[in-house]
Design a binder for this molecule. Structure first.
Ligand code: HEC
Length: 157
């Protein structure tokens, strides 16, 4: 079983049924299993568009003071997310590992490792947008992805 699928199936079950003592786990996460995987993702067109549409009014540089210090302006968002620590110390985007990425937890789970689900106090992102962010991270959080992984590697059920 691919590691990702394994994590998806068992991670969800663990969240609900097993009180984990070791490290904080997100809970109330939405299943994206019904959404087909997207292989070709252009960060600027596909991912940034979500941020600019749904997150920008809080996470832009209002005179040097975006919410949670996270500036998702198109000029800085990639560097501010990929490999960058969150306010609580976990990494916002861990390339290849959506579950470990605070960004994905924050848009996929009612109770992320820290703070509230995003967009804050608004309806959750459409499932397709949650899945797109998952796929982008799973594909290694590239600026532009291509179909080279499509043969023999299946990160989604
Ligand atoms: C209404 C304002 C608002 C909107 C809209 C919003 N956020 Fe936030 N965001 C916040 C606040 C306030 C915090 C800090 C408190 C918390 O985590 O709940 C935060 C925290 C975060 C963090 C954690 C940052 C860190 O370093 O700990 C991430 C990641 C994040 N938001 C992503 C998003 C994304 C992605 C969207 C759009 C889908 C979004 N937010 C929409 C206000 C907002």
């Amino acid at each position: 079983m691919p590691r990702a699928l394994h994590h998806r199936l068992f991670g969800a079950a663990l969240c609900v049924f097993v009180p984990l003592a070791a490290s904080a786990q997100p809970s109330g996460c939405t299943s994206i299993a019904s959404v087909p995987i997207t292989w070709n993702i252009d960060y600027a067109n596909d991912i940034q568009t979500i941020f600019s549409t749904r997150c920008a009014n809080c996470h832009v540089d209002h005179a040097g003071n975006p919410q949670a210090g996270l500036d998702l302006d198109p000029k800085w968002s990639y560097e501010n997310l990929v490999g960058t620590p969150s306010g609580s110390g976990e990494i916002l985007v861990v390339p290849g590992n959506p579950q470990a990425s605070v960004l994905f937890q924050k848009i996929n789970c009612d109770t992320p490792v820290a703070g509230l689900r995003m967009p804050r106090l608004r309806p959750a992102l459409p499932l397709a947008e949650q899945a797109l962010i998952y796929d982008w991270i799973m594909l290694g959080a590239p600026r532009i992805s291509d179909t080279m992984f499509a043969s023999g590697f299946e990160p989604r059920p």
